[in-house]
Design a protein around this ligand. Structure first.
Ligand code: NAG
Length: 357
């Protein structure tokens, strides 16, 4: 067992080596940026092959990130098309968009058969035009991090989903979108959340923004996003500090996906990009359970472990350990790295000094 584990590890390392020589090239130069972009595109192409192969089995939560990715790729394709040295990359991004645009409607046809009600309620999130990319960037403010956390047992995925359905206006009651009942308002604005509770609250305000809801508490959506993403940044730093122990990677990726889409550029850290790319299973193109290496995983200290207890959206695990939700959040996180790289020629996403990350 141990020998097999070692062999696997060696195989894995040798497979990674050509792809991952040491660190990423510096993004400051055009060549460096193109090299990073090409690396991310390769990862995304592999993940899209995974989507294609498992299409009939992937649930809706597993598809959303690929819809986001299609939007991000269109964004970078347009940026790069104007820059002759980057045109080959633009073409590559364009090809991947085409592939996704063909796959996504096919996946919805499968979901229509397997989960018709869930699809009806959450269809907007997988429709073209729903997700919009940030055009101005901000950073999280550490002074907004909660000093104490509440136990998150009160937050169930069911009640969170009901609030999202209200927001989308896709419920059976025929109510219009942007509605916020008192229980949902309490749930979504309650301070002191951690883990998936934070990202559920964040998703709520992010969707409200995508839909253009501005009344009532939505008038202050940006303030809520500031607080939530400051705390999600804190969570991600803790996850990094414990070595991204399984299963924390999923939450880590979700936080980058959501807060990145809300325009918080400090989620796009170079060392986080390096970590994420290294997690992909090259054979399957998916993200999921780490391959057994025979090594004991480092144990998380008590407090972060409790803090990061999972309350998450629907996961779908494949027999080979690929995880649909983790893969979909990974592609949207990586798409975000690609987008900020293309969108922000000043290289703001990647501060030169480690201290400022
Ligand atoms: C961070 O938030 C605090 C408290 O709201 C505020 O006083 C401070 O100005 C903010 N800092 C930045 C850089 O925005």
């Amino acid at each position: 067992m141990a020998r097999r584990g070692l062999l696997l590890l060696l195989l894995l390392l040798s497979a990674l080596q050509p792809l991952w020589p040491s660190a990423l090239p510096p993004p400051g130069t055009a060549a460096g940026k193109a090299a990073i972009a090409s690396l991310i595109l390769s990862a995304l192409e592999r993940a899209t092959v995974f989507l294609e192969k498992r299409l009939p089995e992937i649930n809706l939560d597993g598809v959303v990130g690929f819809r986001v990715l299609a939007v991000q790729l269109k964004g970078v394709q347009e940026e790069w098309a104007q820059d002759p040295p980057l045109q080959p990359l633009s073409l590559r991004a364009g090809k991947l968009v085409e592939k996704l645009e063909a796959l996504l409607p096919r996946s919805l046809r499968y979901l229509q058969l397997s989960h018709p009600q869930y699809l009806r309620e959450f269809r907007p999130a997988v429709q073209p035009g729903f997700w919009k990319l940030p055009h101005t960037w901000t950073r999280t403010n550490a002074s907004l991090v909660y000093s104490t956390w509440e136990p998150q047992d009160l937050f169930s995925e069911g009640s969170s989903d009901r609030c999202l359905v209200q927001l989308l206006g896709t419920g059976m009651d025929g109510a219009p979108p942007c509605r916020l009942s008192d229980p949902c308002r309490t749930l979504m604005t309650r301070p002191g959340c951690s883990g998936y509770c934070l990202s559920h609250q964040m998703l709520f305000f992010l969707w409200a923004r995508m839909m253009g809801c501005t009344d009532g508490p939505f008038h202050h959506s940006q303030q809520y996003l500031n607080v939530l993403c400051a705390n999600m940044m804190d969570v991600n730093r803790r996850i990094e500090a414990i070595g991204y122990t399984f299963p924390t990677q999923d939450l880590f990726l979700e936080n980058i996906m959501f807060c990145g889409l809300a325009g918080f550029s400090d989620f796009y850290k170079r060392r986080w990009l390096e970590a994420i790319v290294s997690w992909q299973r090259l054979q399957e193109g998916c993200f999921g359970k780490p391959a057994a290496t025979g090594e004991a995983a480092p144990r998380a200290p008590q407090s972060p472990r409790r803090l990061l207890r999972r309350v998450k959206r629907q996961e779908k695990e494949f027999t080979d350990g690929c995880l649909a939700h983790q893969t979909t959040t990974a592609v949207a996180a990586l798409g975000g790295f690609l987008y900020i790289l293309a969108e922000d020629p000043g290289g703001r996403w990647s501060p030169a000094t480690p201290s400022s990350t």
